[in-house]
Design a binder for this molecule. Structure first.
Ligand code: HEM
Length: 455
């Protein structure tokens, strides 16, 4: 399907997109976005391919079809900017790859890309496998009820930090990074849904704790960089790539940029993988038959030895469970862009400066793209069936110049973790487990308290 083919027939390029239904005076659609954003975004396509939303006095353009979201992601007319990004800058810095645009962003992508290339991933394999098996052992030793939020974020931080900033010093620091990020993610969520700047400057215990975690994360990153420099080693990893990077004049990049880059890569990496591990464990809890099939696949591919990175490409069923989890529970559930020129999208006029949003969650659950769209069906990713999925209807890592650099890295990690834990355990909810979605910077189950039952 092309962008052209979804252009509405009765509009011209100068037409304004329709306003979505359900706005109320003053708040517009804001109240629905706050009250139940997933349901609200999921029905917007019924109103049009592009629709206008009123958020208080502001107009935001929501893009609702796979083809048009692909067009936005691939077009140079839309950049990373807008309120979501501004609120993230306090954490991610202004000079990191996740928030930079234009020439700076292109140079930064060239620097970090080699660390994430497909042929770089096997070198991370032993760490990913070690961390997956350590998780299995840790749960055996813990017995009882597991706090899956903590466990999932812990493994995500450890894998990202140990693979991308190698060094034995990392083992202890990974736990500190993990504790800081847990505090920061919770605080950022609050700051996003209740954007009352001055409130967060009041010296309340929660604000002090947020500021302490933020300061400690910055100290940690400085320590890691200083240690690496003092040691004089140059392992083939992301940190070396950053320390050796040159700017457009051929001079080394500044300290601030190195610092912001480390944070801008580690933070989204931990938050997205941690959220997805939680969703995967929820899926395994609610569909025990999937775990049984994964166990069978692991046994037939691997035999008696522990599952290793080299097995990943043969664990096709396990990988399809991961993919289906990313379809129904995309950690990055909403994306925003800003138009830098007067443009046209699907036959509608988009003015320069307009903020756009689109939702991988809504796109990936749309009944127009998927049969039995709400069912968890890993087999829809078998080659003979996946070819029917419309282009851009499954882009949990996005496409275009902002596409996640870590798609191969993340798929390998998630497949290994899933294979190792489903091979060892079945799961059941314990008291106080709350599987309802928590909609924050990322999408994940609210609070999972699980019992891991040895197979
Ligand atoms: C960007 C998803 C894991 C680092 C993105 C974007 C998406 C995404 C959708 C694009 C954002 C946009 O278009 O505005 C995911 C998912 C993950 C994952 C679903 C795992 C399940 C990771 C990991 C890392 C990482 C493990 C690093 C260790 C980044 C960075 C960017 C990014 C640095 C910014 C890229 C740029 O703007 O050029 N991710 N991500 N991600 N991701 Fe990931």
């Amino acid at each position: 399907m092309t962008v052209e083919s979804v252009r509405p027939k009765d509009t011209t390029a100068s037409a304004e997109p329709p306003v979505a239904g359900g706005a109320v005076p003053l708040l517009g659609h804001g109240w629905r976005l706050v009250r139940d954003p997933l349901a609200f975004l999921s029905q917007l396509r019924d109103h049009g391919d592009v629709v206008r939303l009123k958020l208080g006095p502001k107009t935001v353009y929501a893009v609702t079809t796979p083809a048009l979201t692909g067009a936005v992601a691939l077009s140079p007319d839309y950049i990373i900017a807008g309120p979501l990004w501004e609120s993230l800058e306090s954490l991610l810095g202004k000079e990191g790859v996740a928030t930079a645009n234009g020439k700076l962003h292109r140079r930064q992508r060239r620097t970090i890309q080699p660390a994430f290339r497909l042929d770089a991933i096997p070198a991370y394999g032993p760490i990913m496998a070690e961390e997956s098996h350590a998780l299995v052992e840790r749960w055996r030793a813990a017995g009882g009820v597991l706090d899956i939020t903590y466990e999932s974020f812990r493994v995500a931080v450890r894998v990202a930090a140990r693979c991308l900033m190698r060094g034995s010093y990392m083992d202890a620091r990974a736990d500190r990074i993990c504790a800081d990020l847990t505090t920061l993610f919770a605080g950022m969520y609050q700051r996003m849904v209740v954007p009352l700047g001055p409130l967060y400057k009041v010296p309340l215990p929660a604000n002090r704790e947020f500021n302490r975690a933020l300061a400690d994360l910055h100290v940690l990153v400085d320590e890691i960089v200083a240690d690496r420099r003092a040691g004089g080693q140059k392992p083939d990893d992301l940190l070396t790539a950053l320390l050796e990077a040159k700017d457009d004049n051929g001079d080394p990049i500044g300290e601030r940029e190195i610092h912001d880059q480390v944070i801008a890569i580690l933070t989204p990496g931990a938050e997205t993988v941690g959220s997805t591990v939680m969703s995967l464990l929820l899926v395994l809890t609610e569909h025990p038959e999937l775990g049984d099939k994964i166990r069978d696949e692991v046994e037939s591919v691997v035999g008696d030895r522990p599952v290793a990175f080299e097995d990943v490409r043969k664990l096709t069923y396990t990988a399809n469970v991961v993919t289906e989890t990313l379809r129904l529970y995309p950690a990055v559930w909403i994306l925003t862009r800003r138009a830098v020129a007067d443009t046209e999208l699907g036959g509608y006029r988009i003015p320069k400066g307009a903020d756009l949003i689109y939702s991988p969650y809504a796109i990936q659950r749309d009944r127009r793209s998927y049969e039995r769209n709400e069912d968890f069906d890993p087999d829809r990713w078998l080659p003979e069936r996946s070819k029917d999925v419309p282009k851009y209807a499954m882009s949990p890592f996005s496409v275009g110049n902002r596409k996640c650099p870590s798609d191969h890295f993340s798929m390998a990690e998630l497949t290994l973790v899933t294979a190792a834990v489903a091979h060892a355990y079945r799961f059941e909810h314990a008291a106080h487990s709350d599987a309802r979605p928590r909609i924050g910077i990322t999408l994940r189950p609210r609070r999972l308290m699980l019992r891991a039952l040895a197979r």
